[in-house]
Design a protein around this ligand. Structure first.
Ligand SMILES: Cc1cc2nc3c(=O)[nH]c(=O)nc-3n(C[C@H](O)[C@H](O)[C@H](O)COP(=O)(O)OP(=O)(O)OC[C@H]3O[C@@H](n4cnc5c(N)ncnc54)[C@H](O)[C@@H]3O)c2cc1C
Ligand SMILES: NC(=O)c1ccc[n+]([C@@H]2O[C@H](COP(=O)([O-])OP(=O)(O)OC[C@H]3O[C@@H](n4cnc5c(N)ncnc54)[C@H](O)[C@@H]3O)[C@@H](O)[C@H]2O)c1
Length: 444
């Protein structure tokens, strides 16, 4: 049986980074990827990069088919570059095959024509997540039912798209396909949009997305789907019916564990069927680690990348970096304009015992928004009344995907609101708005 220092299952964000770092340190590595067409994993092939490219082009008057073509070229280039950056690294063997466990520390690699069992001192599982499709009667018989992956590969713009689920994918695709000109209905079980965000921000997002022509059906489940002459009818929980010519299922993504044959090991799963790890990303088997979406929790590329930092620190560093040190993770929902958040909302800060000062500021008060001719949105800043420390921000408006990182630095470094209020920004730019967002009256 061939023995490596490290086996990595999946070439996603974490896997590729760990493979490079191990090879740099002259470790022998087997990197196993089951689908050569998505070498480099989800982010560059089916997720962040293709969707944000299409979103960009949807806002710059591109025709849908042209945008899909540009997206395809970019994805191909990025995937090839990723492969080239790894292929030929000394000590690194890339396997085009599916990995499955046959014992705690033994992995079988299955290709079309071969089977080989390999072992290693360390095994890292980076198999990502797969779509979670709810059981809806009739759905398997209906054409033009898409996932986030298949819809953006279809070159035909849907005329009337019904989206099931109002999370990240549901909202980003609703906004993007509305910008391209599709008629959009979002069916979601929640009673309100983005219930974990500041209520004022959520209301503003809803208003802006409705102004784009998107219809939301709140508090509804889809029970049955059927198709007649190309018209798809979705029967909802309250007997209502909604019709479209295409359906997107955007009801979450679940850890990809099914084909790993973990029953041959002592690797345990959580109640949510993710691989159970501790804060160092160790599974329940010694020297087997899990990184990225497959370990459950937040599903973001930068979390997978940060997981790689943990592994590299644990294998080659001083072993001090772990999930315990990860906090204030920012995120952006790339609707138009983007919604970004870091740290506390008013409600979550108060739950944690803070007395807070809150400032809401319309984007229209920012000079840059007039230059760009886009005054939509609202910014909210949250500050601890006792200490004056910045606790959080919710930014719904142009460029928020960049601005939010300034607030993250402020929270991480325990800056006071006055640090942002008095910072000299250049002008006229969106970031100077932080001077005003954190210009607060704080009485102690
Ligand atoms: C539509 C969409 C948009 C998104 N947009 C964003 C965004 O804007 N920003 C953001 O931060 N996140 C975004 N995400 C989430 C982000 O893409 C994921 O969190 C991230 O890519 C997860 O990476 P990973 O390292 O866990 O694994 P992945 O990148 O998913 O890689 C897993 C790899 O393992 C391979 N594999 C699986 N099983 C086996 C096996 N048995 N043997 C061998 N290989 C195997 C797969 O083929 C795959 O290549 C988006 C997700 C989606 C679906
Ligand atoms: N900008 C980004 O960073 C970005 C973009 C896209 C996706 N992602 C990641 O991808 C992951 C998956 O995205 P997602 O939107 O699929 O998941 P999600 O968890 O964000 O949202 C799922 C939605 O589907 C609804 N839902 C669940 N079961 C349902 C059912 N049976 N019927 C109808 N609706 C149902 C949920 O209530 C929710 O509204 C996210 O967790 C996110 O981390 C990130």
């Amino acid at each position: 049986m061939k023995k490596f220092d490290v086996i990595i299952i999946g070439s996603g964000t974490a896997g590729a980074k760990i493979a490079t770092e191990c090879a740099k340190r002259k470790k022998t590595v087997a990197l196993i990827e089951k689908d050569h067409h998505i070498f480099g994993g989800s982010c560059i092939n089916i997720a962040c990069i293709p969707t944000k490219t299409l979103i960009h082009d949807s806002l710059h008057d591109s025709l849908y088919e042209e945008a899909v073509e540009r997206k395809n070229k970019l994805v191909k280039k990025m995937s090839e570059n990723k492969y080239k950056s790894l292929y030929g690294l000394d000590q690194l063997s890339i396997y085009d095959g599916e990995a499955r466990f046959v014992a705690n520390k033994e992995v079988e690699i299955v290709t079309n024509s071969t089977k080989e069992i390999v072992t290693a001192e360390h095994i890292i599982i980076n198999t990502g997540a797969v779509n979670n499709t709810p059981p809806i009667e009739g759905i398997e018989h209906v054409k033009n039912v898409y996932t986030s992956t298949s819809l953006i590969n279809s070159e035909e713009l849907p005329d009337k798209l019904v989206i099931i689920g109002g999370g990240y994918i549901g909202l980003e695709y609703a906004s993007m396909y509305a910008s391209f000109g599709s008629d959009i209905t979002v069916v979601m079980p929640e009673d309100t949009l983005i219930p974990n965000e500041e209520p004022e921000i959520a209301q503003e997002v809803e208003k802006v997305l409705k102004d784009k022509g998107i219809t939301f059906l709140f508090g509804k489940q889809v029970e049955k789907v059927k198709e007649e002459n190309g018209v798809i009818s979705l029967q909802l929980s309250n007997e209502d019916e909604v019709k479209g010519d295409a359906v997107l299922i955007a009801t979450g993504r679940k850890p990809n564990v099914e084909d790993l044959h973990l029953e041959n090991t002592k690797i345990m799963l959580t109640d949510e069927k993710a691989i159970q790890v501790n804060d160092k990303l160790q599974t329940t088997v010694d020297n087997v680690w899990a990184v990225g979406d497959v370990k459950g929790g937040m599903q973001f590329t930068y979390i997978s990348f940060d997981d790689a930092r943990i592994i590299i620190n644990q294998l080659f560093g001083d072993k001090t970096y772990s999930m315990k040190k990860r906090n204030n993770v920012p995120y952006t929902v790339f609707v138009d304009p983007p919604l970004s958040r870091v740290g506390h909302t008013k409600e979550s800060a108060e739950k944690d015992g803070y007395e807070v000062v809150v400032n809401n500021m319309p984007v229209s008060s920012i000079p840059r928004s007039h230059i760009m001719n886009d005054q939509r949105g609202l910014f909210t800043g949250i500050v601890d009344k006792q200490t004056g420390q910045v606790l959080g921000a919710s930014l719904f408006g142009h460029s928020s995907e960049e601005l939010i990182n300034i607030v993250k630095i402020a929270i991480d470094h325990k800056w006071l609101y006055t640090d942002l209020r008095d910072h000299i920004f250049n002008h006229p730019v969106m970031s100077e708005s932080l001077n005003n967002l954190f210009d607060l009256e704080i009485e102690k």
